[in-house]
Design a protein around this ligand. Structure first.
Ligand code: ANZ
Ligand code: ZN
Length: 874
């Protein structure tokens, strides 16, 4: 037998699949549909091993479901807007569009070498006007129904780069690129009203039973629903600037009201402004707060600071109790009411704060079993369960009872003719600000007219196409500097007007691409109702956990907003019925004697027992093997998919990617592992070639009966069919691969023994070999096609239906039962599944463990519970 030559074979099969268009999905195919999708790539220039892993998993699912008779939709496209294209334009003077499309062409070529069963006819890039035209239309539709609004927002402004920065781009209060101190600036933003769906987005998480729990939890926390109370505190007139009379706070712990030590308001709270007008120290503190970024992480880690405004608030349960009002850096204007009462004993931030300003604390919740007299708080706040203390009429109550009691009393209490307290559900979720001061994004289809204000671009003028003659010589948004593009006549009054120069957040592009894939040919509308409603939701979505929050949440919002505007209508309004988040591809790191990293390609590994040693290929210098880390350019531990596919073939890469680790864990890429996979490819190839002449000579008709060896082989084959499929269905690919290996060993053993097999065994060998090829086809499709041909099968294995499992062959022959003596487990017995009770009794009593346990007591009774357990009573 010749060696299997992947490099020759793989392109041939890819061309054949292409020619026969077998992966093209027809929308008028009325078989049950199955939509499998991997998160589409950003066209950065080259695919990396993470892509290989992601797309291999999706392809295994797609190929398996196709073999199972589904009308499979498995498309691919490009998430093509984004900052890197603009950076390339600035740094290398290439146009963002040219850069993007060059990258797409290069990456598409690479993807095509992987042998993925994709329907390329549906490909699109989100930067193409034929895609974003519909996005602009939906923006305007959302605007009509109140799902888009204009809102003043505070943004991080980089005064040197003259651009807005995302929170992640602000590092220690400075712009990541310019290093300039970032300012908070109020600017008009377009926002998507995702908060309108906060409760729905939360509730529907319960329907997503094929999502990882951790992702659902992350979404839940992000939405952040909390039930609490709004409480209006009266302000002490003698200490309060004119015009201010009350302070409204939001609390989730009204039970702790008697532990209050201070009030705190956000720097941009109106009351803070009023106080600043009278006190320059307060004004200075507020200025200082504004210089800080808005990133949550920054707020959480920054030292808690504040300043006393001199204003005093009145405790709602005691008119003589006055609380100082501070401006504090840890209170956000955007949450609740932008004001709180602080209870240091039971909130860590509040405790840190009072310890700094010496305001003291009074514990009001005492853990069960603790003596209230000796319960003191010093550095660690207590946020656990317990009963109320130091709280007048609340003493002795549980937290829940106390919350209810406070809510009840404050709802009826009056201040200036209105209730003091009001129950309130709050969400952490904010509306989605989509305005970006960037060139390379989808233009927002709005015109600003001095007379008519905000005017939507008329449908007939869509798309608003990005101009290509732009210059990146000046910092800021190139659209702002364009001499003509932004100047237009107002569609309403015909006067002079300007276009909106902000473009949409690129997360918008990826929030509906999955729906567009169902009918990308529709030039009139984003979707075609009967098609999108039939093909959606995505049955299996696969991607990185880094998108577990925003991308998925925005997509879930979009499906609802698209429903409200008539663009989709599906069950639960959920775009992704099944979600799988894959682990990363990691690799060991190598360091040369001079401390610099060496790349895997520069290093030779020798294995000696469990000792692995590394040396430089060039010159043999010593190399230290370092920790295993995520593949990254900085650690130089990346492996180029092109090199791997060029050397070993795509099938080997695909097999190894799936073989070792559970797919949600990190996979360690290693040269030894790839070589192992490559040897397995050759073994399968030899095995199929050994089996081929036997298969050719086997009887065409199924034999009337099978001998023991043929039955055993058939059981292994059908058992493997069952287990491999159930592994794939659970996306436990590594388990499926282990079963394929095991079954290939069984078949290999039979082939080694059977020089001149009997007709029934020959028939079973043919059946088993065909099954083996079908089993590994989803992972190694090229090798499988080659083997399919060798076995003389008709057509393509990529089009073959999954073999029928014969249920009779799945029954195990023997069964292992636990054995108890006088109710205590003493051992196990393995007997034929259909063994009569007498035979089981005899086998049990013959066990040494049973004899020992019985000692010299006589056996009184043996109770056999069929298929379950055996009890010996002595
Ligand atoms: C008094 C109190 C006592 C609180 C206590 C907590 C513990 P969640 O659950 O996330 O909704 N808070 C309210 N608005 C805030 C704002 N704008 N900025 C910073 N903190 C704010 O959190 C609600 C709690 O966070 C509220 O309950 C409030 O502090 C604080 F032992 O009120 B609490
Ligand atoms: Zn006008």
């Amino acid at each position: 037998n010749e060696r299997y030559n992947a490099r020759e074979s793989e392109p041939t099969w890819q061309a054949k699949w292409d020619e026969a268009k077998i992966f093209a999905t027809r929308n008028d195919d009325l078989r049950k549909k199955y939509y499998v999708l991997e998160m589409f790539p950003y066209p950065s220039g080259r695919i990396h091993m993470g892509h290989v892993r992601n797309y291999t998993m999706g392809d295994v699912v797609a190929r398996t479901m196709r073999a199972r008779g589904y009308n499979v939709l498995h498309p691919m496209g490009w998430d093509a807007f984004g900052l890197p294209a603009e950076n390339a334009a600035i740094e290398r003077k290439v146009a963002p569009k040219a850069w993007t499309y060059d990258n797409i062409a290069a990456m598409k070529k690479q993807l095509q070498t992987m042998g993925l069963s994709l329907d390329w006819a549906r490909e699109f890039a989100t930067c193409d006007p034929s895609y974003y035209k519909h996005q602009q239309k939906m923006f305007l539709d959302f605007l009509k129904v109140g799902l888009v609004e204009r809102e003043k927002r505070k943004l991080n402004w980089d005064p040197v780069d003259m651009t807005v920065l995302a929170n992640e781009q602000v590092i220690d209060g400075r712009g990541w690129r310019s290093g300039a101190v970032v300012e908070l600036r109020e600017m008009n933003q377009w926002v998507f009203k995702i908060t309108k769906y906060a409760q729905e987005l939360l509730d529907a998480l319960d329907t997503l039973d094929r999502w990882p729990d951790k992702v659902r939890l992350m979404q839940r926390n992000w939405i952040g629903r909390s039930e609490g109370l709004m409480v209006r505190f009266a302000l002490d007139a003698a200490t309060t600037p004119a015009g201010e009379t009350e302070l409204k706070i939001f609390t989730t712990r009204p039970d702790t009201l008697f532990g209050a030590k201070f009030m705190a308001i956000a720097a941009d709270h109106p009351l803070a402004q009023a106080a600043a007008a009278k006190d320059p120290k307060v004004a200075a503190f507020i200025e200082d707060c504004k210089k800080r970024g808005t990133a949550q992480a920054e707020i959480d880690t920054a030292e808690k600071q504040g300043i006393d405004t001199g204003i005093r608030a009145v405790h709602p349960f005691d008119p003589s109790w006055k609380l100082p009002v501070y401006v504090a850096n840890f209170v956000l204007m955007e949450y609740g009411t932008g004001a709180i009462f602080g209870c240091p004993a039971h909130d860590q931030r509040d405790l840190d704060f009072v310890n700094k300003y010496q305001l003291g604390n009074t514990p009001v919740v005492c853990p069960e079993g603790q003596d209230p007299a000796s319960f003191v708080i010093t550095d660690t706040a207590y946020d656990g369960d317990g009963r109320l203390i130091n709280s007048r009429f609340l003493d002795g109550k549980t937290i829940a009872e106390a919350k209810e009691e406070v809510a009840r009393r404050l709802e009826t209490a009056q201040l200036a003719g209105a209730p003091v307290g009001e129950r309130k559900v709050n969400f952490r979720l904010r509306d989605w600000g989509i305005s970006r001061q960037r060139y390379w994004g989808c233009p927002i289809p709005i015109i600003h007219c001095p007379t008519c204000d905000v005017v939507p671009v008329p449908d007939a003028d869509l798309p608003v196409v990005l101009p290509e003659d732009v210059s990146f010589d000046k910092p800021g948004n190139a659209l702002d500097h364009h001499p003509t593009w932004k100047h237009v006549t107002c569609p309403q009054c015909g006067g002079k007007a300007v276009r909106e120069t902000d473009t949409m957040d690129t997360f918008v592009d990826s929030s509906w691409y999955f729906a567009r894939f169902t009918d990308p040919w529709n030039t009139e509308a984003p979707t075609t109702p009967d098609v999108v409603n039939r093909m959606m939701p995505v049955d299996q979505y696969i991607g990185g956990v880094e998108h577990a929050i925003l991308h998925l949440l925005y997509s879930r919002f979009f499906t609802r907003a698209m429903k409200a505007t008539g663009h989709i209508d599906i069950k639960h309004d959920e775009p992704f019925a099944g979600l799988f988040t894959q682990g990363m591809v990691v690799h060991e790191t190598y360091r040369k004697a001079d401390g610099h990293y060496a790349s895997p390609a520069e290093v030779a590994i020798t294995v000696d027992g469990d000792q692995r040693r590394a040396t430089l290929i060039d010159g043999g210098g010593p190399v230290e093997i370092g920790p295993i880390e995520k593949m990254s350019k900085s650690k130089r531990n990346t492996v180029d998919p092109d090199d791997i596919i060029g050397t070993y073939g795509a099938d080997t890469a695909r097999w190894f990617m799936l073989s070792d680790s559970p797919p949600d864990r990190d996979v360690i890429w290693s040269e030894e592992g790839v070589k192992g996979a490559s040897r397995f490819v050759q073994r399968l190839w030899r095995m199929v070639n050994d089996a081929a002449p036997i298969a050719a000579a086997a009887p065409a008709e199924r034999p009337a009966s099978f001998g023991a060896e043929a039955v055993a082989l058939r059981k292994a084959a059908h058992g493997a069919l069952d287990k491999v499929l159930s592994g794939i269905e659970r996306l436990a690919f590594n388990v499926s691969l282990a079963h394929i290996r095991e079954f290939s060993n069984t078949l290999g053993d039979v082939l080694a023994r059977a020089q001149t097999p009997s007709p029934d065994l020959a028939w079973a060998i043919r059946e088993s070999t065909v099954i083996l090829v079908q089993l590994f086809h989803p992972m190694m499709p090229h090798l499988a096609e080659e083997c399919w041909a060798v076995l003389g099968q008709t057509g393509l294995v990529s089009e073959a239906l999954w073999p029928q499992i014969e249920p009779d062959l799945l029954v195990e022959d023997s069964i292992t039962l636990p054995v108890q003596v006088n109710g205590k487990k003493r051992g196990e017995v393995t007997v034929p599944r259909d063994a009569p009770t007498g035979e089981i009794e005899a086998a049990v009593l013959a066990l040494d463990a049973v004899k020992q346990a019985l000692g010299d007591k006589p056996v009184r009774k043996v109770i056999v519970v069929p298929q379950r357990i055996v009890n010996v009573v002595g």
